[in-house]
Design a protein around this ligand. Structure first.
Ligand SMILES: [Zn+2]
Length: 436
């Protein structure tokens, strides 16, 4: 590795002007630095690293077989060498400096990266981000795992921006599985691992070079190049997020707050009236005098409603819904306006906020048969824009306002959402519900 770096004419950044940083019982990290060219930003360093050790004869000493570690982690080493060469020859150079790091003894407990964080060969406070490449050789179904993006506010979006669209980016809530990104996150530095996932040859003698998806690796490293180039060149990088250290995936989908408090069901009269099956105690429906087996004949002026019409009206109304109700076996109709509980769910979306991705409205639930559901929005989607207009720092507040403004400006036209789903940007058209 050191010979390759020397051949590329990238300066040593280990100890005593060498590429090596020896430690422990015969271990050594290998380090090289490509300086940035911006006087203001060159003092900031992005670490681009991979571990080069593997597990030798494995853990079962009795039938000692060589474990080649082609995926874990010759692929990461090859990726970092390729990146080093590409950045060395690329013009214009990056504004920030890049430290290319090859870690030893990862398999023994992240020893090399831990040693470096405790004995950094450039000032630790100059390190603004660490990228870790571990197991890139088994790209399956285009799924590239990016572990640790939550260690920085807004990092996820920066990684999505460079996806050419052919990769499915798998973002995790946890910073595990453990690898050389962890010592950085634990030291207060955002860090992200590129990873194509575990497999049955993991830590086995069968992790061989013939099983590597080379075409997939090339796509990943090409993508990584543009990510690193951008991060090493943009004016500002987002800050560290300590909460990432102990986050777990939330439970989805979120249950909607019952705004009206009735259960109805599809009957063969659906589209004639809505038949109420049950009324929740203490709900607005009960307070308005609605009882089980009542029929709702009109919803916000719409005759012959289906249960989907009622659902859409109740979930999307600002405050209240007007109903015409008939009790079973009675002729007289009751007109009522019911004040609903809870916030509106625009288009049937239950929205949340993700502090790690603060400018997207996070879809934590979709009401069945709502306009959002019919348009194909799913739980976990992240809405970025409405008709090309970004949601900004208060996305859940801005989204309904933007929808309303766009509908007023262009009645009867669909609004187009830009939605991030698994690292791809989708354009999803939501038709005007009044055209039903
Ligand atoms: Zn590994």
């Amino acid at each position: 590795i050191a010979q390759q770096l020397e051949h590329m004419e990238i300066s040593p950044a280990g100890e005593d002007g060498q590429y090596f940083q020896p430690f422990g019982d015969g271990f050594s990290n290998v380090l090289a630095l490509l300086p940035g060219d911006d006087p203001e930003l060159a003092g900031e360093v992005i670490v681009v690293g991979a571990h080069f050790d593997h597990i030798g004869f494995g853990r079962k000493r009795d039938n000692a077989q060589i474990h080649p570690g082609a995926d874990d982690n010759a692929t990461g080493v090859a990726a970092v060498l390729e990146l080093a060469e590409a950045f060395r020859h690329f013009a214009p150079p990056c504004r920030r400096s890049i430290l290319f790091a090859f870690w030893d003894a990862e398999e023994k407990g992240l020893l090399g990266s831990k040693h470096w964080v405790n004995n950094p060969t450039v000032p630790l406070k100059s390190v603004v981000l660490a990228l870790n490449f571990d197991m890139l050789g088994r790209l399956r179904e285009d799924r590239l795992h990016l572990v640790g993006t939550r260690s920085g506010v807004g990092w996820r979006r920066l990684f999505v921006l460079h996806n050419p669209g052919d990769l499915s980016l798998v973002f995790s809530w946890s910073i595990h599985p453990p690898s050389d990104h962890l010592p950085f996150i634990n030291a207060g530095i955002p860090a992200v691992m590129f990873h194509t996932g575990l497999h049955e040859d993991y830590h086995k003698p069968t992790d061989t070079a013939d099983r590597i998806n080379y075409a997939g690796m090339e796509r990943i490293v090409r993508y990584a190049f543009f990510v690193v180039y951008d991060l090493a060149s943009r004016d500002k990088l987002p800050p560290y997020r300590p909460e990432a250290k102990q986050e777990k995936a939330p439970e989805w989908p979120a249950e909607p707050v019952p705004r009206l408090g009735v259960r109805c069901q599809a009957t063969k009269e659906n589209g004639q009236w809505v038949e109420i099956v049950e009324v929740l105690p203490g709900s607005p429906a009960e307070q308005a005098g609605i009882r089980a087996q009542d029929r709702i004949l009109r919803v916000d002026g719409r005759e012959h409603p289906s249960w989907e019409d009622l659902l859409t009206a109740v979930s999307t109304a600002e405050n209240e819904v007007s109903l015409v109700v008939q009790s079973q076996g009675q002729d007289d109709l009751r007109q009522m306006t019911v004040t609903l509980t809870g916030p509106p769910m625009p288009l049937g979306l239950i929205l949340g906020r993700d502090e790690a991705d603060p400018e997207a409205a996070l879809v934590i639930g979709v009401i069945p048969a709502s306009p959002a559901a019919l348009a194909g929005i799913r739980e976990g989607d992240r809405i970025w824009e409405v008709n090309g207009r970004p949601l900004g720092p208060d996305p859940t507040g801005t989204l309904p306002q933007l929808i309303k403004a766009e509908r007023q400006a262009n009645p009867h036209l669909s609004v187009i959402f830009s939605v991030e789903r698994e690292g791809r940007i989708l354009r999803i058209a939501i038709p005007d519900p009044s055209l039903n």
